[in-house]
Design a binder for this molecule. Structure first.
Ligand code: SIN
Length: 345
């Protein structure tokens, strides 16, 4: 790349673009400041790259979902394919950042860097973390050795693989970590240090054809178990007619017996069922979950939490995958960790 890298910053709202009544208030409104103003506030960006910005959404990220992320992915892919940008930075709310980064990772087919960043404190706060995070995200997006690493998340000096990023705290600036696995690199001042050579999730770009697809993605229900809940939460999903349901079970993917019985029946009737877990560090393997006898038609989510599992399931259903084909799709993700227990579809 001759000269400075061209970096496109796409704003979607969130706390990084949030504003409060004063610099010390804990209350604020997300998505108040457009992306051009965010970059204009960081003079040092000029040293790193030729940066320009567009605002796609100005929303709290809880109001963004698959439809908006699909449009965002189309914009990112188009900008990279057309040579409009050498790398893209997406500013996003933290609440659903892990879903957005995971989802775009499944859709985008590019070697160029795509970096999500966010903030835990609004732009108007004393000690706002947004400007430093955005600076670091541009630093990573503009670096030639950030290529071929899939979608990344950069926050708080740390570079995370996008598909593994999870939000684990509601208030501190150190709100994200990678699970399973750890950080890929670190930004210190203007120095970027990688801890490992490039690699991507085994499903990176697997659903790129959806970028040209029509229509909404199929809605997938998520059910969270709680002690003594029986089958009722899953029955509500069945009655709502969801083509796919993710069960956030206990621990390793267990659930109350009446729910297991209903899940088995729904799977046999053609509903795509994925078993994940309500615990933070999800690890649901086919051999440990309830319904293990039905592992050919009921998928174990592996290390994916319920919200990421729902997005993967929705994309699989959108391309016409039958319930019986879903377990192999989920089974291929641990291959990226050197522990394959399934084959990729
Ligand atoms: C949001 O996700 O839009 C609000 C919370 C945040 O960005 O930290």
């Amino acid at each position: 790349m001759a000269g400075k890298a061209k970096i496109l910053v796409l704003g979607t709202g969130g706390t990084i673009a949030g504003a409060g009544q004063s610099a010390t208030t804990a209350t604020y409104k997300a998505g108040q400041i457009d992306a051009s103003r965010l970059i204009a506030g960081i003079a040092q960006l000029d040293r790193l790259a030729e940066v320009r910005a567009e605002t796609l959404y100005a929303k709290p990220s809880g109001d963004l979902g698959p439809a908006e992320w699909l449009a965002l992915a189309r914009r990112v892919q188009a900008a990279l394919d057309a040579g409009e940008a050498d790398g893209v930075v997406v500013t996003h709310g933290t609440d659903t950042l892990e879903e957005a980064a995971f989802f775009l990772g499944l859709l985008l087919k590019t070697d160029k860097p795509v970096v999500f960043t966010a903030a835990m404190r609004p732009a108007t706060a004393l000690g706002a973390d947004g400007p430093a995070n955005l600076f670091q995200a541009v630093r990573v997006a503009a670096a030639p050795d950030s290529a071929e690493r899939g979608v990344l998340v950069v926050m708080n000096d740390t570079v995370l693989p996008g598909w593994m990023a999870v939000k684990t705290a509601s208030l501190p600036v150190q709100a994200f970590r990678a699970y399973p696995g750890g950080p890929l690199g670190r930004v210190t001042g203007e120095r970027l240090t990688w801890f490992e050579p490039p690699r991507r999730s085994p499903l990176a770009g697997r659903f790129v054809s959806r970028l040209g697809g029509q229509g909404d993605l199929p809605a997938v229900g998520i059910v969270i178990v709680h002690g003594g809940c029986g089958a009722a939460p899953l029955a509500a999903c069945r009655d709502a007619g969801y083509p796919g349901v993710v069960i956030a079970g206990f621990g390793g993917g267990t659930m109350p017996a009446p729910m297991a019985e209903l899940a088995r029946k729904m799977a046999k009737d053609g509903t795509a069922i994925v078993v994940s877990s309500r615990v933070g560090d999800v690890a649901v393997m086919p051999e440990v979950m309830d319904l293990r006898e039905d592992a050919d038609i009921v998928a174990a989510s592996g290390f994916l939490n319920p919200q990421k599992s729902a997005l993967l399931l929705s994309l699989a259903l959108a391309e016409g995958r039958k319930a019986a084909e879903i377990p192999a799709l989920f089974g291929c993700l641990p291959a990226g960790l050197g522990d394959s227990y399934g084959s990729c579809l």
